[in-house]
Design a protein around this ligand. Sequence first.
Ligand code: 5HM
Length: 336
Amino acid sequence: MNFPPPSMSPPMFPTFHDAYLAVLQQVLTRPQYQTSSRGNQSLECLNVSFALADPRQRTPNLAARRTNIIFNHAEALWYLAGRDDAAMIGYYAPRLHALAADGHRLTGTAYGPRLFGPQGNSQWDHAVELLTKEPDSKRATMMIMRADEFANPANPDVACTLALQFLIRDGCLHTVCFMRGNDAVLGLLCDVFSFTFLAEFTALQLGIQLGTYTHHVASMHANEPDLPRVRAILAETSPSPPAAVMPADTTWHTVRQVLDWEEGLRINQRRLYPNQIPLLPFDPYWRRVVALLETYRQIIHQPQQPIEADILAVLDPHHRQLIAHRWPEHIPLEER
Ligand code: 5HM
């Protein structure tokens, strides 16, 4: 049975590009409140929700946003790895080191241990097992924020995501995200990327079609210093190109192999030579992810040299364009 969604459901967008612009437009032009919380002056709308018809269309095409597509992939992999170390994620986003109260571990932002740890007995494992046995279940929910997280007002890192829920309806995996708060400019883009990536991976592990993704946020806000960027983003008109499909043979083994490469490249003990790329033992989709990580290795560990043209050539064209927007000085002169 497939009835149209009732009118009280959130609006459905074909791509996250469209949803992101709609959220920014609302927060900028129709804010409900001006708030001041932990030193941030913000414009805020309460109870913002939207749905995505195709959660693969997760990367907006907006030059002024300067999307860090490498961080987006690294964060999703960091979650899948069940890690909470600042060493891994701080390499891709140095600002995150400041959130680690003990200098090493992220207590709120690290959703990986809560979703995927301990391996074999994680909330994700239980959700997948439940849905395999009872596809119509409405219990497959993975809690993220813990009840005691904000008891200490000095805690710099309290999880913003409350829970993720999976539902199988008409043979498709629908994912629902619940957040207490979301930074509409910065956090929203990263969170939707990661959660839709996890949704796509989960649908493959369940052997079913990917359904919709719905994002519910109690406090959607934009901080005052980001407002000029919001105006610049809203002035853009470029549509977003179609996204690649995660290959059907993706398993935990694939993810572990990619994570092996991630670590070797991050600590600069390995490098990916262009002639090695066709020999990597996984689908071109994942080869392009490893090539993204090699691109970053070159940006960080070989800052005086441009990124090798042969590596850039392997990347998804949209990702290559995002890298050119973010790190123009690292692009070979002839490709700028
Ligand atoms: O004071 P508070 O803990 O809410 O500040 C955290 C800020 O990071 C908020 O602006 C929140 O919306 C943003 N954030 C986000 O958008 C944080 C995380 C980390 O859990 C996230 N998305 N995933």
